[in-house]
Design a protein. Sequence first.
Length: 234
Amino acid sequence: MLLAELEIRHSRPIAPTRRVALGDDLFLPTEPPPGFGGILLACVIATFSQQLDEEMADELDDLLDDLEQGRRISQPQLRHRFQVDVIGLDRSHHRLYGAGGSYHLDIELKGHPMPQVLGAAYAAGMLSRDAKASVFRLLRKATLWAGEPGPRLLAFLLGTEAASRSWTTAANDERWAMAVLGFDAADLPDADDVGRRYRDLVRLAHPDAGGDASVAGHRITELNEARRVLLRTG
């Protein structure tokens, strides 16, 4: 059974311009949040964002913040122009299927990764206000994935680990966010300091860098939420 679908329209590889749009085949349910639609968007982000260099990854973080907050997005972003017109654009389809409690991802792997990342991000920005917080939380977690799309990716996105204090109970607590990122509570850091500290701690938490694999998922999710809180209040 089809659970979610995303059609992304984008310039062909030989085209002189870089354009991206959303197609007509959009089925992104978000009830209860993040819903199957949010899961599919996160899977697309996870699959393609790992191919971006560090500069582009930082720009994507900023774009996700702007889209979640509903800010006006100037164009182009990440060297691509988002538009409504789809004439002359190629298309990619991404789908999530489910049956009997199991799930199957159908991610179309073709072309440059950036249009796929941008298409998923812009689609998330068009979701309802009630769904956005949960969906964008999942998208930020997705940017940390390294691997192929499949059951392990779904387990990574949906997995939960026990912790002494959950980010879900403190997501708007500035003091908590400062502590998670290791800042002095008396001095609010600027956005650049938050970004640098966040990236350093994520690298340390990742199992590939020696982090504890049993708690890495929860730790990285906490860091994502702490960064969001401080950038919102800074």
